[in-house]
Design a protein around this ligand. Structure first.
Ligand SMILES: Nc1ncnc2c1ncn2[C@@H]1O[C@H](COP(=O)(O)OP(=O)(O)OP(=O)(O)O)[C@@H](O)[C@H]1O
Ligand SMILES: O=c1[nH]c(=O)c2[nH+]cn([C@@H]3O[C@H](COP(=O)(O)O)[C@@H](O)[C@H]3O)c2[nH]1
Ligand SMILES: NC(=O)CC[C@H](N)C(=O)O
Ligand SMILES: [Mg+2]
Length: 526
């Protein structure tokens, strides 16, 4: 980002899936921050002028020889340090404590008992009668012994050190993840660290981010014409509004009907766009092309790559047809890529995270693209994007729509994609969404959809044997889509949806409900 007048926090990234989330929380609190790889040139640390340093989590293990370490400059800086998960483990390992890999793994919710409140933890609790925190954990290793000079400030019933600190040095460590929303007091803890311990002022706001991005886009594209992949979803609609404001008629949008969209979505998207956006949109009907390219392909990553490649091919073709405004050339492809797309595809700037799945708009991009990318939301999260959308004046319905992945039904039909499966799934999905709206549950879940399982199961329909497909329903509650709870929808509601799907859609004999959290499951099935 551009130079701004704000106190700063430096995050050193050890490759956690959640590193960007730490940055997000800090920006939400109103403080500017940057993420650097843990092995970034340490000589730059002092010059950066941070008021505090956060060491992120990460997939490596400090118990293995050659594990990543915080550079000595971090300790020499005299700044407050907060180690999170791996970050705390490396503090322990580097400062004379001990870590071990044991069976006491913790994934998901844990209750942390505060045994010796310090400046970070004092007065923060989820319970009235004793001081304890409901937190989110994701670790296999743990700190077995705090280093000299450190006090163990919290424990769980599974691990001996859930938090520790050396208050004289202002060095803190937590095994849990304060940055994820499922750690209830997480933001309070981070705020405590950033404002009370590091002494930062909270002046970095959402309006700043819009201004900053508009300035950056103008600088980046100059007088060139930009083509935007517009899906009708939240992210690309917000990009459309942002670019419209930044570069006006130097923008043309392309909406691709992949045949893998929600039921009758193509028409709806075109209607909404014409009504609200006031930008030029070209619709490309490409269903046959997608089905043909996906024929016989069952592997999720392979499917994602094919879908991504076709998107880019189509954008490339369309760019040749556009009558460009400005200096007469389409040079840029804009996309509504947001941070979760990037991090799960291991495209993070620091390159330390592991691949979870290749989002079509990130991992799926071919090496030699004719167009260059403009992705103003690339470092932001969904709720930040929504706030920006509201600030830019987009309609509420559009901004609060459930997200829909670019590969669409392509990753919700497990295994090989066939047109008949897509139709059946789109219809089942439409029933589920319609019922959610009717029951006033749509806004209470963050994302809901149906999944097609290529599994046949026996049923009895009108006294006759049926041997048909299975539909899974998925609904989750989440703020940032990085972690999620399955939604506890009422049984009667689920029963009703199941009845409708089985009765109204020929070829489905069974409906199941997905009760997996993220982690370990992802939101989409592929
Ligand atoms: N059918 C499509 N036509 C054109 N571009 C698309 C299409 N689907 C996805 N894209 C591009 O890929 C990007 C990523 O898709 P993604 O689904 O994550 O975002 P979105 O559709 O804009 O928002 P949402 O997450 O709310 O669905 C989009 O922002 C858009 O640029
Ligand atoms: O545009 C997209 N292209 C993709 O390839 C893709 N894969 C997942 N998603 C959406 O991202 C969020 C997190 O999903 P996962 O937990 O399945 O990774 C959820 O909201 C998913 O719907 C995608 N969006
Ligand atoms: N999330 C983390 O930082 C995990 C740290 C380390 N890899 C462990 O499993 O304990
Ligand atoms: Mg989408």
């Amino acid at each position: 980002m551009t130079n701004i007048h704000s106190d700063k926090i430096l995050i050193l990234d050890f490759g956690a899936q959640y590193t960007q989330l730490i940055a997000r929380r800090i920006r939400e609190i109103g403080v500017y921050c940057e993420i650097w790889a843990w092995d970034h040139n340490p000589a730059e640390i002092a010059a950066f002028g941070a008021k505090g340093i956060i060491l992120s989590g990460g997939p490596e293990s400090t118990t293995v020889h050659g594990a990543p370490k915080a550079p000595q400059e971090v300790f020499d800086s005299g700044l407050p340090i907060l180690g999170i998960c791996y970050g705390m483990q490396t503090l322990a390992a580097q400062l004379g404590g001990a870590t071990e890999a044991a069976d006491a793994r913790e994934f998901g919710h844990a209750c942390v008992n505060v045994v010796s409140p310090d400046k970070l933890l004092s007065g923060i609790s989820d319970h009235d009668s004793f001081q304890a925190l409901d937190v989110w954990m994701s670790h296999g290793d743990h700190v077995a012994k705090a280093p000299p000079g450190f006090t163990v400030t919290a424990v769980t019933d599974r691990i001996p050190v859930a938090a520790m600190s050396n208050e004289a040095k202002r060095w803190y460590g937590v095994q849990f993840h304060p940055e994820v929303t499922h750690t209830k007091q997480g933001t309070a803890l981070l705020k405590r660290f950033i404002t009370d311990i590091c002494g930062c002022q909270t002046l970095w706001t959402a309006a700043h981010i819009i201004e900053d991005q508009i300035a950056r886009v103008r600088e980046q594209v100059g007088k060139d014409h930009v083509l935007l992949g517009l899906s009708g979803g939240v992210d690309s609609s917000v990009v459309a509004a942002l670019l419209h404001r930044a570069i006006g008629d130097q923008l043309t949008c392309v909406f691709v009907d992949t045949g893998l969209l929600r039921w009758q979505e193509g028409d709806q998207v075109m209607a909404t766009m014409a009504e609200h956006m006031g930008v030029k949109v070209i619709r490309v009907n490409a269903a046959e092309r997608y089905f043909k390219a996906l024929e016989g392909v069952a592997d999720p990553e392979a499917k994602r790559k094919i879908i991504g490649r076709l998107f880019v091919e189509i954008f490339d073709e369309e760019s040749a047809k556009v009558t460009a405004v400005g200096n007469g050339q389409v040079k840029w492809l804009a996309q509504g890529t947001i941070y979760p797309d990037v991090i799960e595809s291991a495209g993070s700037k620091t390159g330390k995270a592991h691949v979870i799945k290749s989002h079509h708009n990130v991992g799926g991009l071919p090496d030699h693209m004719k167009l260059k990318l403009v992705e103003p939301l690339r470092e932001l999260f969904k709720d930040e994007v929504r706030r920006i959308g509201v600030e830019l004046g987009l309609p509420r319905d559009m901004v609060y729509r459930h997200p829909f992945p670019g590969p669409g039904l392509g990753v919700r039909i497990l295994g090989e994609v066939k047109p008949e499966y897509a139709e059946l799934l789109a219809r089942a999905d439409a029933i589920f969404i319609e019922e959610l709206r009717k029951a006033d549950l749509y806004d209470q879940v963050s994302q809901a959809f149906a999944v097609f399982l290529p599994v046949k199961s026996v049923g009895v329909v009108g006294d006759a044997r049926a041997y048909e497909w299975v539909i899974a329903l998925r609904a989750v509650e989440t703020i940032d889509f990085m972690t999620a709870h399955w939604a506890e929808l009422p049984y009667s509601f689920l029963g009703n949806v199941s009845n409708r799907i089985i009765n109204e859609i020929r070829g489905v004999s069974r409906v199941v409900y997905d009760i997996s959290g993220k982690p370990p499951a992802t939101i989409e099935w592929e």
